[in-house]
Write a protein that binds this ligand. Sequence first.
Ligand code: HEC
Length: 197
Amino acid sequence: MGHGKAQGEQKRGEYLDTFELNKFAGAILASLLLAMVLHLTSDAIFYYPKPAKPGYVIPVPSEMAAAETKKEETAPAVLPIEQRLATADEKKGEADVKPCQTCHNFEKGGVAKMGPPLYGVVGRAKGSAAGFEYSEAIKSKGKAWTYADLDLFLTNPKAYAEGTKMSFAGESDPWKRADIIAYLRSLSDNPEPLTPN
Ligand code: HEC
């Protein structure tokens, strides 16, 4: 009998063990299900349609850090044009305006070509050279050409003045732009001061 009882208890023990195990498995399954349901409902609650073209991508921190270092490596902060002008080389600028000469005259008293004559352009009212038909884009800018405005225009003419007639892609090198602007500044009987204008 005793033997039988022990066997019975053992059986019950085994049964309980399996039962315990099943309870565990059940609990795990239940929490997995719960997680899934939560995930699905949160997706449903926070659902927003993905734009065809993402307006922006939110970088994850590691990408952000990588982008930051990359930015530092490839594109150091650009100094303001007034500071770049302090060490700019107008002789280099004279060489750098070769591509501009197809369209621009740099001589004193020079006439318009495909573009307006540029002698004395620094400090001159925008779009004001006599005998040149400027676009509205330039004429509507108003004020005189400052170093900063020239720097912006020469970086990307179309970005500065949407609809400009100047079909020139732009000079992306900030130091070359400074040399060019230093050269433009020298094209005057009375060059503008180098301090911010
Ligand atoms: C393909 C011809 C072309 C090239 C190359 C070109 N330009 Fe121009 N540029 C023009 C035209 C056309 C205008 C008049 C823009 C307008 O009216 O929208 C102009 C306008 C300008 C103005 C404004 C002048 C004013 O009187 O308001 C400046 C400054 C200027 N260009 C500088 C340069 C420099 C510097 C370069 C070379 C780095 C250059 N451009 C290359 C055609 C050109």
